[in-house]
Design a protein around this ligand. Structure first.
Ligand code: APR
Length: 252
């Protein structure tokens, strides 16, 4: 661990000196829990076409197919547990509220680890909303039943189709969520963990933080387009890095 350990000691010193920290997480931080990533070796986009499953047109064309895929993902994720990264970030946030966590993940593992005030850029696989946005339904509702009683599920208010409350390709992010993420990008230290840095606007927060003078860190087992732009690359698994960082921070 040599070089990475020394780098982590330096990072822990920066954090310990009262720096504000934001961590942006992607599918790679849930990989250790058994949740498939999108673009990794066994990633979901290697087996499926995103445009067939994660776009409004795909849903309009074949809601049954899209829901069968989300129902499979829900069942898969329901069997997974938060890993060390989720646990460390939740414990860190509990003792230091200046930590911000912004996630692209919809799996709910940060929340299950007890992390408060999570900024969820792409929604939640455990929430549904009315496909027709009918006036009598709430904006979204939680339904974490596995399996769902019917596929596709229906809006309890207008009895039309319900859709997963996740952001699909080509859809805008919630402006309030974007605003919260932009505020979080004003931190002293910005850590991008477990993301391929390919999807926008999520991938824009690292360069925004850097432009504002943040010390930037990437935690990833592979190279990404962001790797050459950050101050520190930790080419290691997130669950190893955050476990070590917690030991160093806890020892302070
Ligand atoms: N530790 C650190 N990094 C890891 C680990 C790990 N244990 N395992 C995998 N990775 C890295 C991979 O090398 C890859 O760079 O995590 C990254 C995962 O990238 P993606 O699968 O592209 O996931 P993500 O970046 O979160 O995707 C962004 O794309 O499909 C959309 O909406 C979906 O939120 C998702 C968005």
């Amino acid at each position: 661990m040599g070089e990475i350990d020394r780098a982590l000691e330096g990072l822990a010193r920066r954090i310990g000196a009262g720096a504000t920290v934001t961590v942006l997480t992607g599918a790679g931080v849930s990989a250790a829990s058994g949740v498939p990533t999108f673009r990794g070796a066994d990633g979901l986009w290697r087996q499926h076409r995103a445009e067939d499953l994660a776009t409004p047109d795909a849903f309009a064309r074949n809601p049954q197919l899209v829901w069968a895929w989300y129902a499979w993902r829900r069942e898969r994720i329901a069997a997974c547990q938060p890993n060390r990264t989720h646990q460390v970030l939740a414990a860190w946030k509990a003792r230091d509220h200046t930590l911000s966590v912004v996630t692209q993940n919809v799996d709910g593992l940060h929340e299950r680890a007890g992390l408060a005030d999570l900024v969820r850029l792409h929604g939640s696989i455990w929430h549904l909303r009315c496909w027709a946005s009918c006036p009598t339904s709430p904006v979204r509702w939680r339904d974490d039943r596995v399996p769902l009683p019917e596929i596709p599920p229906h809006c309890p208010h207008c009895h039309g189709l319900a859709r997963p409350d996740v952001v699909w390709f080509g859809e805008p992010l919630d402006p309030a969520v974007l605003d919260a993420a932009s505020r979080a990008a004003a931190s002293d230290i910005f850590v991008s963990a477990g993301t391929s840095s390919l999807v926008y606007p999520a991938a824009s927060f690292l360069p925004v933080a850097r432009a504002r003078g943040a010390y930037t860190v990437e935690v990833n087992i592979d190279d990404t387009p962001a790797s050459d732009t950050v101050d520190l690359v930790l080419r290691e698994r997130a669950e190893v890095v955050f476990d070590r960082l917690e030991q160093l921070l806890g020892a302070r």
